[in-house]
Ligand binder design. Structure first.
Ligand code: ADP
Length: 338
């Protein structure tokens, strides 16, 4: 199955300096350990969708520098179509991250080329939109570009996912074009003024967002999973139990996988379960893009949970959802292929 996905968004290089503590202004601390990692919400979601089995076209801008070249090489390695990734005169987006021994961080971001991704760039990619099942966007590129992507996606009949991150207020004319909005708890609070703590507050926040013309709201709730709300459906879809190591890009992995499952044509609840599985695997590994699981890994986790449910261990608190997106032998899956 083709599962055609267009992702419009940012690409950054994360430069992480691990120190025993974060330097104060004017201070120099020696003895750090330096790591670079491919990041940026758009790129993370594009890679997550490609790993989950999507045929992905990425619409983005990077600089004409080493970071831009490395980023594009990474996209190509993941099988992403880079026809609409352009080299910009501005430098590639970078995030400088100090990380201390307690996991506390201090981050500065220079958006660089991401800030020049324009509505014209989106329109140039219209052929890709015309065959896309799902279009995915976030908020690390200019808002008029996000609006243009939503307009073009709707005109072409695609499902439009907006991951409203980093959190910022959004105009109604954008929200009314969105098929699926995927805020986390912080973003939900910023958009609705409601702190989501339980079923009642999730419902209340969802009512506000659905009232703006969004078709479906999926509030991601970290380890707890996600709450799904549309006019016909209110459902909590529980997360998978894992040992978390690094939660970076859990939301990005969730969104990339969600796009692929929806392109497969499964039900909303099944798609969220697939995305929960992908997000859960990603938190068991370090980094953003390197932590995105493959299709086989996601399927293996879903199969394992289904077998456990069939044996009665979790059947009491897990809803019965059937994630058969393609035929396979459930009985051979529990050992998990990598
Ligand atoms: P963000 O990374 O944007 O803050 P969340 O923390 O809500 O988003 O995580 C997104 C999704 O990733 C969750 O809905 C869930 O499916 C999965 N996830 C995140 N943290 C965990 C965890 N500790 N255990 C299992 N799944 C997790």
């Amino acid at each position: 199955m083709a599962r055609k996905i267009v992702v419009v968004g940012s690409s950054n290089t994360d430069m992480i300096l691990k120190l025993n503590r974060i330097p104060r202004p004017g201070e120099t601390i020696l003895g750090g350990e330096f790591v670079t990692a491919a990041g940026g919400k758009g790129a993370n979601q594009a890679v997550a969708a490609a790993r989950a089995g999507g045929s992905v076209t990425f619409v983005a801008r990077v600089g004409q520098d080493m970071f831009g070249e490395q980023a594009v090489a990474g996209f190509i390695e993941h099988g992403i179509n880079v026809e609409h990734v352009q080299y910009d005169a501005a430098p590639s987006g970078v995030a400088l991250i100090f990380l201390d021994d307690d996991g506390e961080n201090s981050i500065g971001v220079a958006s660089g080329a991401n800030g020049n991704l324009s509505p014209a760039d989106v329109r140039k990619a219209e052929t890709a939109f015309s065959t896309a099942d799902v279009v995915v966007m976030q908020l690390e590129t200019p808002l008029d570009t996000v609006q243009a992507a939503a307009d073009v996606a709707v005109a072409n009949g695609s499902i439009v996912i907006l991951n409203p991150a980093p959190a910022q207020p959004l105009p109604d004319k954008l929200l009314e074009k969105i098929s699926i909005l995927t805020p986390n708890e912080t973003e939900t609070e910023l958009l609705t003024g409601i702190t989501v703590t339980d079923d009642a507050s999730c419902n209340q926040a969802a009512d506000i967002l659905l009232g703006k013309g969004i078709e479906t709201v999926i509030i991601t709730l970290g380890a707890r999973g996600a709450f799904v709300a549309s006019p016909e459906l209110r459902q909590f879809v529980p997360g998978f139990k894992v040992e978390p190591i690094d939660s970076t890009a859990a939301g990005d992995t969730f969104n990339g996988a969600l796009a692929v499952a929806l392109a497969d044509g499964v039900t909303l609840a099944e798609a969220v379960r697939f995305a929960n599985a992908a997000g859960a695997i990603s938190v068991t590994r370090m980094g953003a893009q390197p932590s995105a699981p493959s299709r086989d890994e996601i399927d293996a986790l879903l199969d394992r949970e289904m077998l456990v449910a069939a044996n009665g261990d979790v059947a009491k608190h897990e809803p019965h959802l059937h994630m058969h997106t393609r035929p396979r032998e459930v009985a051979t899956a529990p050992n998990g292929r990598q």
